[in-house]
Design a binder for this molecule. Structure first.
Ligand code: EPU
Length: 342
């Protein structure tokens, strides 16, 4: 493993924003991760871990070490009453893993097809789409502790999963590098079709008796119709989280906007950030090099040549306007590096 200096990160994030890493190490095994972390402990400074780069906005150059996660491998490591335990290297592309699992007859992740990013980044924010979250099929993970270089095992409850949340985003932020994730996948399909968009996509494809592959194809079709392909238009998926508001705010808004999408959850009423941003007139907003996607207002796009600072300014303008109009604070879902608060 080599430590490079002044390495370009331009191709390593789906926003495609220009930035440099002061030092850079690409790691393809747990041993290499440990070597890179030993180097980091010796040289001090900041540490940043990049997986698929699909949930990151680079707002400037990164000092210290950027560790690029490249650990591969998808292996059956055991079985349970319901199915199989599958251990996946943190650097395996999430969508490739989902496709591989479908091919091998391992089910339960089909609704999470075409989510960009790496498998190791998945548990960090408990990725979710179309009625399924990663935590439902999660079994355990392995991570190397930055301070000691030791491998630790995390069970489901250790991870404290929530909506786009886990212990790795909060209390343990920056303290571990995830190297492998084990999933419990099903041998007998249990399809999750409650999302209206899935039903419509299956109907449009003429499918009456869906298989997991048909559900995956439907999800891929829906995502392609709404979300821009990062290979064509730089983006990081949903830029903000859907906000959860208290009863008083919900009643006031629902009275004024009876058509507003709303979903009851344990913590309060969840609103659709995309709807709020759209309603405020930002959908398709164009600033030349960057803007708000014209088919999904929750997605900010780099049309070519934007800087991270410009995209961050656009995000702040959207946040301020939504706060002014609806009294709702939108929290970023995307991580901003170097760190810039919420
Ligand atoms: N809406 C609008 N205008 C828009 C966008 C959305 O009115 O520009 C409305 C929609 O009509 C719908 C509601 O807002 O009534 C929700 O929209 P959608 O179903 O597209 O889902 P979302 O809440 O915007 C979330 C996830 C996505 C995930 C989809 C499908 C978050 C922050 N985002 O989006 O995840 O794919 O549901 O399950 O939870 C991601 O995290 O990067 C991501 C793409």
């Amino acid at each position: 493993m080599r430590i490079l200096s002044q390495a370009s990160l331009g191709d390593l994030t789906t926003f495609g924003l220009p930035a440099q890493a002061e030092h850079f190490a690409s790691c393809t095994s747990e041993e290499e991760v440990k070597e890179a972390l030993a180097w980091h402990r010796e040289n001090q400074g900041e540490l940043h871990v990049l997986g698929g780069g699909s949930n990151v906005l680079l707002a400037g150059d990164l000092s210290g070490l950027v560790l690029h996660m490249g650990i591969g491998g998808v292996n059956e490591v055991g079985s349970t009453d319901q199915g199989v335990l599958v251990r996946v290297g943190a650097g395996v592309g999430w969508h490739n893993f989902v496709m591989d699992a479908l091919d091998r007859g391992w089910y339960g992740l089909e609704n999470l097809s075409l989510i960009p990013g790496s498998t190791g980044a998945g548990p960090m924010q408990n990725i979710g789409a179309y009625g399924v979250e990663l935590e439902e099929r999660f079994h355990a993970l392995e991570a190397v502790e930055v301070a000691t270089g030791e491998t630790h095992h995390f069970t489901h409850s250790d991870c404290a999963f929530g909506y786009r949340e886990s212990v790795f985003k909060r209390v343990l932020r920056g303290q571990y590098v995830i190297t492998a994730v084990t999933f419990e996948l099903l041998k007998t399909p249990e399809l999750r079709l409650k999302y209206g968009a899935i039903k419509s996509a299956l109907a449009a494809a003429g499918v009456t008796d869906p298989t997991p592959k048909a559900v995956s194809d439907a999800v891929i079709a829906i995502r392609r119709s709404k979300l821009p392909d990062p290979a064509v238009l730089g983006n990081a998926g949903s830029f903000f989280k859907n906000p959860v508001v208290d009863e008083a705010r919900h009643i006031a808004l629902a009275k004024k906007f009876p058509e507003m999408p709303q979903y009851p959850t344990a913590g309060g009423i969840k609103l659709a950030a995309g709807w709020l941003i759209d309603q405020a007139g930002w959908k398709g907003h164009d600033r030349g090099t960057h803007g708000v996607h014209d088919r999904q207002a929750l997605v900010l796009v780099n049309k070519g040549g934007a800087t991270g600072a410009e995209l961050l300014k656009l995000a702040e303008d959207v946040q301020q306007d939504v706060l002014k109009r609806f009294g709702v604070h939108l929290e970023r879902e995307v991580n901003v590096l170097p760190n810039a608060g919420l």
